[in-house]
Ligand binder design. Sequence first.
Ligand code: UDX
Ligand code: UDX
Ligand code: ADP
Length: 455
Amino acid sequence: MTKILCIGAGYVGGPTMAMIAKKNTNVQVTVVDINQQRIDAWNSDNLPIYEPGLDEVVNEARGRNLFFSTDVEKGIAEADIIFVSVNTPTKTFGHGAGCAADLQYWEKCARQILEVATSDKIVVEKSTLPVRTAAAMERILNSGRNGAHFDVLSNPEFLAEGTAIADLDNPDRILIGGHSTPEGKKAVQALVDVYAAWVPQEKIITTNLWSSELSKLTANAFLAQRVSSINSISALCEATEADVGEVAYAIGTDSRIGPKFLKASVGFGGSCFKKDILNLVYLCESYGLHEVAEYWRQVVKMNEYQERRFVDRMLKEMFNTIAGKRIALFGFAFKADTGDTRESPAILITRELLEENAEVVITDPQALKHAEQDLADVIDRVVFEPDPYKAAEGAHAVALLTEWKEYKELDYQKIFDRMAQPAFLFDGRNHLDHQELFGIGYNVYSIGKAPLKHI
Ligand code: UDX
Ligand code: UDX
Ligand code: ADP
């Protein structure tokens, strides 16, 4: 029986391994993490991450051929294939701070594998890493004297949060990078076989290691760039009375452009986009490609501009003062269907509102726990309220920041009746029915559209 180990039981490692175990009943999959609490949660009915459909997949495989444990060493010793899926955050110190990937967790992993392994292993980079990290990993792994041989592969994960299970079940493609030496090809084939259990062969792309590593960064950079591009146009729409939804639809019908990822918003968030672009920027700089670095840096700058612009607009439209005014934020997660708040635009928006001495009330169906952690330093100045009706009570404005389905279904007349007047609604996701809200009496502001104002 093939034994797979995954080091790192996070957003990527957990769901991916659960799917691999579900689809390969003849493979034993173990997920390890140094965080005992996380592993306990994976072994309970209360999984550490919220992801639609994940419970079913875990329940089917857990205890059969899917195991969660903190025994990293035992896992390494037994495994044939080791996925490394530990966190690679942006460095906060030293050279490349704020830009380069912090590879300390990842390198510790490589060293631990080397220390413990006594048989040959295939080591798979699952975490997003700078290009040529595999080379460093190979050098570390093959510096040992215990006779074990290591093949390093790159197999980036393209799942998006909130749709992880659907993305894993039916991926656009699986990308596997490896060396074209005979051992390299054998290792690639072993991993292809794991995915071929449910992914059609033509969707399994094999490339060299560096192309695979770079494709992950490039894919996220392109996706983020589309969001920044349409957001830049949304600012122009607000100035000209063009409608960004109409513009997005019109350009998206061009098959060369395509309709996806053209939804103007309050800004993109999530653990990947900003981090990966800054990583790309750092990589370009380190190769002396300053113009290329600048080109991609602008995508992040545009996103920050979009977040700030949202607050600026609130301030301006609410008579240039929001001091002492209660403002209800509907949604704190960086997108719907996830409890994740990493890099969520809501974080910066809350802080900017607090700078203006507004009274901020936050509601979200899944993300309140994380919101409390993100705002730990200002926690006594923010109210967290699971019930959106209560959150909006007495508020001067509601700002919708996450496109939760629940928020479409609220009784906005009831909310309006309990708000301070004149009532403002800022829709940061163009998620609600603006004409209906305007009919109720709200002053409605959306992204990239003319406002609907009574006053
Ligand atoms: C363009 C638009 O495609 C068309 O919709 C609009 O009406 C007019 O402008 P055109 O300039 O005729 O049309 O040619 P296009 O095929 O878009 O190519 C423009 C340039 O981009 C060419 O120099 C082409 O070689 C280059 N190009 C295009 C690339 O370098 N790479 C590509 O992948 C595509
Ligand atoms: C992303 C990539 O999509 C995924 O392939 C990669 O593996 C990890 O990074 P994720 O961050 O989970 O996934 O979510 P995604 O759906 O890409 O959304 C990212 C951010 O962009 C969200 O804040 C979302 O609200 C925003 N967004 C997305 C828009 O504002 N407009 C859009 O049209 C699409
Ligand atoms: P991602 O979104 O990439 O999955 P997460 O931060 O959600 O990232 O998950 C990474 C996980 O890796 C965390 O649970 C962390 O505890 C774990 N981790 C980090 N370093 C190690 C290590 N050396 N051994 C085992 N687990 C690790």
